[in-house]
Design a protein. Structure first.
Length: 81
């Protein structure tokens, strides 16, 4: 959700910055768009960092771990009718 949400914020900020020609009294739409883009970029960087850290924790790159083979067997039993 973090990466997708950040991309949406970046797109929304870009639309407000460059595509909207609307003026409100006391509010600059272009500045709001720039703030949304900066927030989206910050969220994207955080999300990419979090994905990298999670992958390193779950899949460590140690030689002992690479040679280990795990077999998982599941048996599904149909319920009696």
């Amino acid at each position: 959700m973090t990466i997708a949400g950040s991309i949406v914020l970046i797109m929304l900020g870009a639309i407000l910055t460059w595509a909207v020609e609307f003026d409100l009294a006391g509010l600059d739409i272009n500045i709001v768009g720039v703030i949304l883009m900066i927030g989206g970029i910050a969220m994207l960087l955080f999300g990419l960092y979090r994905v990298r850290v999670t992958r390193e924790i779950v899949h460590p790159a140690s030689p002992e771990r690479a040679r280990e083979t795990v077999y998982e067997e599941r048996r599904y039993v149909d319920p009696e009718v």
